[in-house]
Write a protein that binds this ligand. Sequence first.
Ligand code: PEP
Ligand code: MG
Length: 755
Amino acid sequence: MSAAAAARQILTQLHEVMASRLHPQAKLDRVVEVIGEVLDSEVCSIYLLREGMLELFATRGLEQSAVHVTQLAIGEGLNGIIAERSETLNLAEAAAHPDFAYRPETGEEKFHSFAGVPIVYRERAIGSLCVQHADPRRYEDIEIETLQTVAMVLSELIAHAGLVDDETAALGAAASGPVMLQGLTLVKGIAGGSAVYHQPRVHIDHVVAEDTEAERQRVYLAFDKMRDQIDTMASQAEFGVGGEHVDILQTYKMFAYDEGWGRRINEAIDAGLTAEAAIERVQQRTRMRMREIDDPLLADRMHDLEDLSNRLLRIVSGQLGTAATQGLKRDTILIARNLGPAELLEYDRRRLKGVILEEGSLTAHVVIVARAMGVPVIGRVRGLRGIVREGDEILVDADKGIAHVRPVQQTADLFAERFAQSRQRQAAYAEMRDIEPFTRDGTRIQVMMNAGLRDDLAALPLVGADGIGLFRTEFQFLVSATLPARERQTRLYRDVLEAAGEKPVIFRTVDIGGDKAVPYLDSVTSEHDENPAMGWRALRLALEREGLLKAQARSLLEAAAGRKLYVMFPMVSEPWEFDAAKAVFDGQLAFLKARKKPLPEAIRYGAMLEVPALAEVLDQLLPKVSFLSVGTNDLTQFLFAADRANPKLAERYDWLSPAILRFLARLTQGTVGSGVDLGICGEMGGRRLEALALLGLGFRRFSITPVAVGPIKELIRKVDLPQIEETMKRLLASPTASIRAELQAWAESNGIDTD
Ligand code: PEP
Ligand code: MG
């Protein structure tokens, strides 16, 4: 008999048993008989969770007097292991397993072979189903598959019959203890809340199909829809609107069209499962295989399949949308494989306390956005989604790159202390708000902040920054479903200037493309780009789509009427690009002048320096610009040829490597005496040790993420510029791969805390 036929035969009979008017216990007694008979097994037993213990609830073949007497702790004996790890066991000789726990009252000594599977309800193991045989033989794969399918059906029946109480079902047995996850610090800070999956998990409530053909149709339709979605994602944006990477989309595509996957789901439907249960059933099997895979590359691909399987489940069950669409109900730690900046911005800032990603890298835009939102982020947490369950309590210590899942009381107490300390530290930084950042030798350093949305301006008076050194105008485009109209842009820029008061705001013209995908502009941003970060993005795109830049220019000029306007162009690679962009502004200025409209009191133009080539023609650029701002996020990705959004490269190159530092040193030397104001606006400037190095290289203007303003001001006040300049010269004269350790040691010996 095939696995599907055996499962179907059992399912039909189970259905009858469960639909009968029998008492729940009598039903279970019948269930073990049916399974034992069809699988031709001498023993079939069901263990269920009760008050934290696994209890023998029904058996065929073992002593009946052991029912409701034999109990095992989670993790004790073979059934305890199955429940704890949600794992299948298949053993020719049960007693030979190191975890075998002999229970004399059951009379199981006569039976040698053993196979058991977990009974899982809503992702939690609530018991185990096992068969035993007198002959010492391993069960066949098809028998195991049948058991697994039956266990799935049983879980629904058991939960509905009230054989496991709701509280037990909610907690489950597997991995319910505390776990500490280790990852990479992407945004520092500490936070606590309940786990919410960005892509919500689908709960399967109906497992047994009423109409197999109808279920088959549902799966076909869902497959069609999913393939359409993937095709659109792949063709729309090679880098994916949702932050997915090209190679992930490729793999999605491969799996979405994989006939084997569809066939296996079909077979599970043949066995009598609903579409949802069939998809989950096949995924369970894949998960089991995954555990045996040692190859990280292959394991990654299996994660892709898991994602896709979830997508299919959500389509088939009609549960679409992300957790942001559903709204956050309490303090939340968001769990995701990866996120796009626009996706993160959809979340309610009051409830979103922290983010844990399986991937992620320091300068990916989603991380920049999180930093600006003041949300701590840990990335590169392997196996994250296998460990954390929706609703789990999580304490995030992003300073150390650690998350405590289901923490014990002691950890929670320690965190309460940390929260108090952090509040104190915040208060200390807040005290820095009105203190001007002079170095010890009396040099005033400009500390400005980066912003991108109207809301961000609220931070300006709170942190006491000298102005907005980088206003990323593309954020408005990212959070909008359609191209923002000119009036809307003008309103935003006016509000921003209003909120900034006397303080300067440097508006950067749109930097769309790269990992900042805008769906309604996809046809221009990514259509032909093999490599979007180096492709048709930022100023290149803006100069081609002149209408876009013209509208922005007019909005900015109008919004800044009667005030000083600072305009900065992103990704300038050659000086003529700066000229071309400025000419667009000049054109709009002439237009407004001709119509006698109010104009800005003064306009200053500047460029981002983030393409290394531009540094080689500084002499040609400097006479044209009023200011320059070094974008180290892009600059370092181009210097090292290392994609800033690629998680595999996230830890490979250090900002304190001699290559970057020497490059930056040449820049500061190259601008001396030019009258051009040189600043830095990449994420590097917001980190204390890096900022110390930058001061030593000659940088005197920083534009950083708002939460870093207090800490950087405090650092500046401890620095003696001649000393650090001297130190940097010395360290860069004969450097090691990274000067981090030496600089750190120097800082410590000079009483400068760089954490
Ligand atoms: C940079 O590249 O360093 C920068 C500040 O710009 P963005 O991060 O927006 O690309
Ligand atoms: Mg940039």
